[in-house]
Design a protein around this ligand. Structure first.
Ligand code: SAM
Ligand code: DTB
Ligand code: SF4
Length: 360
């Protein structure tokens, strides 16, 4: 099957090869040992290198702001050892039905008014059923109509589903590799790493942008963090968006007592993501509620240029306190990035966001 894109004919079958982490001709292949060498670089030298790469590709004063909403919470059949939404662990998160479309749209409007340019919707599914895809497609179209970029994370997709989501107006699909391939089965036993790659291939073939990252602080070694970053950087093409989550240790999950990860290792991981994926938005994702402002500032210097706004992630806290993100951005002289979806097609000037518009 072939289709026209940007005036060029591309082949779906060829695009599917993006699902395999093989070396390719157009981008640098990152060997694990090379990423490990980056992570071993003296911290301030590494941050400096990453800051330089960041400046070659982005305005370092702009931060992309995404809002996050759990549209279907809890009761997930998967056994991801970090996840408070797995039905297998007693975490106090109750199983809920898919939210009503009007309630979701109301939340999206609030997020937009507070300065978010992208609205990310998460569902605690192993993967959606065909009828779930129809329902989220209607939700995506309604959110997109507000002038927001849309992102969905609904688990593994069957053939044709990514196309339906794209058709509905989805811009990004979030599907994380989460950890090093060699560590995957220590963390999740109910699916294989290759199944994640398969869904990423379907997402790419449908013409969606990819948001793909993972979690650090799950008792992995630095070598395993290097392998995790290398596996992201060797996706072809690289993901447009890379969320780096610090494990939120939720009581009741198998990882509730994981060792604390030193803040400097988190900064190193962000810097390595920036250097190896220079054109991606690198998102400081889960874990910011537990992270001192100064560490977040160092992450921005090391190339992080995206955050989740709002007081909750999916089910755990996000901002340290009301308005704290607005104050942090103002302190650092950072401002929210305007998304293409928010720029009107006529000549009217785009909305101007300042750190103040992030305030609740
Ligand atoms: N069920 C879908 C899936 O697994 O792809 C989508 C939702 S899932 C909650 C999205 C991502 O949230 C996971 O891939 C993981 O990276 C992140 N996440 C979940 N629990 C976390 C935790 N306790 N700390 C940090 N990140 C977490
Ligand atoms: C991602 O990588 N991080 C977000 C988003 N993608 C969906 C989710 C973080 C979840 C943190 C734990 C929770 O609140 O459930
Ligand atoms: Fe389910 Fe996703 Fe949580 Fe895993 S991370 S238990 S698939 S909601």
């Amino acid at each position: 099957m072939s289709k026209k894109k940007n005036g060029m004919t591309t082949h779906t079958a060829a695009l599917r090869r993006y699902a395999t982490p093989t070396p390719h001709h157009t981008a640098q292949y990152w060997k694990k040992c090379d990423v490990e060498a980056l992570l071993d670089t003296p911290l301030l030298e590494l941050v400096w290198q990453a800051a330089q790469v960041h400046r070659q590709h982005f305005d370092p004063q702009q931060v992309q702001i995404s809002a996050l909403l759990s549209i279907k919470t809890g009761g997930c059949p998967e056994d991801c050892a970090y996840c408070p939404q797995s039905a297998r662990y007693d975490t106090g998160v109750a199983r809920e039905a898919l939210m009503d479309i009007d309630d979701i749209v109301a939340k999206a409007k609030i997020a937009k008014a507070r300065g978010a340019s992208r609205f990310c919707m998460g569902a605690a599914w192993r993967g959606p059923r065909p009828k779930d895809v129809q329902r989220v497609a209607a939700i995506i179209s309604a959110v997109k109509a507000l002038g927001l970029e849309t992102c969905g994370t609904f688990g593994m997709l069957e053939s044709g589903m990514a196309e339906q989501l794209k058709e509905a107006g989805l811009d990004y699909y979030n599907h994380n590799l989460d950890t090093a391939p060699e560590k995957y089965h220590d963390i999740i036993s109910t699916r294989h790493y290759e199944e994640r790659m398969d869904t990423l291939g379907k997402v790419r073939a449908a013409g969606l942008k990819i948001c793909c990252g993972g979690i650090v602080g799950m008792d992995e070694s630095r070598a395993e963090r290097a392998a995790f970053i290398a596996s992201l950087a060797n996706l072809d093409p690289q993901p447009e968006s890379v969320p780096i989550n610090q494990l939120v240790k939720v009581p009741g999950t198998p990882l509730e007592s994981a060792e604390d990860l030193d803040w400097s290792e988190f900064v190193r991981t962000v810097a390595a993501a920036r250097i190896t994926m220079p054109r991606a938005h690198v998102r400081l994702s889960a874990g910011r509620a537990q992270m001192p402002e100064a560490v977040q500032a160092l992450c921005f210097l090391a190339g992080a240029n995206s955050i989740f706004s709002g007081d909750t992630l999916l089910v755990t806290p996000n901002e340290a306190g009301q308005g704290s993100d607005a104050r942090l951005l103002a302190k650092l002289g950072l401002r929210p990035e305007i998304a293409p979806a928010a720029v009107p097609e006529n000549d009217a000037p785009p909305p101007v966001h300042t750190p103040d518009t992030l305030a609740p």
